[in-house]
Every structure is written in structure tokens, then in C-alpha cells.
Design a protein around this ligand. Sequence first.
Ligand code: C2E
Ligand code: MG
Ligand code: MG
Ligand code: MG
Length: 281
Amino acid sequence: RAKAEARGAFRFFEAEMDARLQARRLLERDLRQAVADESFEVYYQPIYSLAAERVCGFEALLRWNHPERGFISPAEFIPIAEEMGLIVPLGEWVLARACADAVRWPDGLKIAVNVSAVQFTSASLVTAVREALRSTGLPGRRLELEITESVLVANPGVTTAILHSLKGLGVRVSMDDFGTGYSSLSYLRSFPFDKIKIDQSFVRDLCEEDGTDFIVRAVIGLGASLGMTTTAEGVETEAQLLRLRAEGCDEVQGYLFSRPVPIGQVAGLIARWNGASRAIA
Ligand code: C2E
Ligand code: MG
Ligand code: MG
Ligand code: MG
């Protein structure tokens, strides 16, 4: 009887695995098709400078509107794209799209593009960046690439070379999700980052009892002493904003200002925060 039950449980487990594999295979098929058809959208979330009291740029965030499932989070499909070897063409598409959109914004506004670890260390990254700048006419100083700590751990030597090539194009590089990975402080000293983005997990627990205020303060201090800009992600409340301002954080980004929006709503956001929409095409 116990045996029969175990067999039943195993069959159930097998069926579950089959269903999961099947779902994954379908998703892979759809993702491959979507990359071929370029059926993605880039949304933009404003980044606000506390010193200038203006929007100083936008982060490009990839959106996939699946025909049956609706919007699927990049946190779900980017890792699959990496495994399937699709992240390089997909990442290059985002880069080109974001640069083409950003070149029409007022000159002071930067565009930040996320680059996955796999794409960052691929042989074609620097060429793709140079080509995106050339074909759109966007000055290199207006482009920021966001990478995560995993890039550094995987291959520090290659990373240093790529970072210096990017610097040669005038492009800035930010450390995204700082504090969530495995890198050590020595990485910050040895890699020429321009910006540290404080992960939203630390921002969320600001001003809470036993909160993360001391971590945020330390990271802002670290950034200041290394000559790097600090940007806080995931700012949702006035209380968090006040604390970040008091601690000397340079830039903030989060739902308190705006959710990521489609390109058609960017001009309106700039007008609302910076007051002059006439310069925008
Ligand atoms: P990330 O680069 O750290 O982007 C910030 C994420 O936080 C975005 O999620 C954004 O929509 C979300 N966010 C912004 N403000 C708030 C807030 O106030 N509260 C909360 N709870 N969330 C906020 P999204 O768009 O789902 O992207 C998730 C991650 O997927 C990104 O994290 C990035 O790692 C990756 N990703 C997105 N677009 C791309 C891309 O084009 N290429 C690559 N390689 N990765 C991308
Ligand atoms: Mg990012
Ligand atoms: Mg982040
Ligand atoms: Mg993140």
C-alpha cells in the first residue's frame, strides 16, 4: 500500500515536471520568435537629481508583452535569454532603441541601459555601443551602462579592459543593485565606476525600526569618497526621500516620482518635472 502511494506520488511529480518543462519550452519558443520579430518595448523611468532638483535622465527597462500571458517580467525572461544565447541580440536591440529615443531629449538628459553579465563580456559589446552611438548621433557622455556585481566576479581581467574601452567612448558605467551580490569593497576601488546604485532592498527598509539607514549612509559615504555618484533605487515614500536627501544621496528613482512609462509619455514627464517641453521632438 505504501508502495502504491509512493508510486502515485512519483507519477504526480513526473506530471508536474513534464508540465514545467513543457511551459519552459513554449516560453523559449516564444522568446526566440519575439527576438526575431523584435516584438519588445522599452519603457523609461525618470532619475531625479536632488542637487539640480530636475530629472537628469531615464533608465531603459525592457518590456515583453506576451500574446497570451501579457507582460512578463524581465526578471523572468532575461535569465532565459542568457541561457539561450539570445541576450546579445536582445541587449543590442535595447541599446539601439534607447539611444535612438534619447537623442531626441534635451541635451542634459542621460539614458541608462542595463547590460547583462553575459552581454557585457561578449566580444561584440564595445562594437555594439560604438555603433549605437554612431548611428543615432547620441554623444557617448549621455549614455550610462548599468552592470551588476556578478560581472566583476566572473572575469575581472576582461571586465577591466572593457570598462576602459567604454571610457574611451565617453560612456559612463554604473554598478547596479549594489550590496546584493558577492563583490568586495576592493572591486569598487579597482574598477572605474562612475555611479553606485543602492539596491531597492536597502531603500525599502529605510526609516523602519531596525532599518537599513546605517547601510545606506555607509554606501553614500563610500561613493562620495571614491568620487562616484550615488543613486537610490525603489524610492516609494516621502519619508525615504527625506532621509536620502539628508544623507547626501545624489539621485533618486522610484514609484514616488514615476513608474517606468512608454516612450510616448516621456515628454510629459520631462515637462512636469523640468518645466520646458518645447525642446523635445
Ligand atoms: P534594475 O535594473 O535594478 O531595475 C529596477 C527595477 O525596479 C525595475 O524592474 C523597475 O521597474 C523597478 N522599480 C523602479 N522603481 C521602483 C519602486 O519604487 N518600487 C519597486 N518595487 N520597484 C521599482 P523591472 O523593469 O521589472 O526590471 C527588473 C530587472 O530586469 C532590472 O533591475 C534589470 O536587472 C533587468 N532588466 C530590465 N531591462 C533590462 C534590459 O534591457 N537588459 C537587461 N540585461 N536587463 C534588464
Ligand atoms: Mg538597472
Ligand atoms: Mg537595480
Ligand atoms: Mg534589480
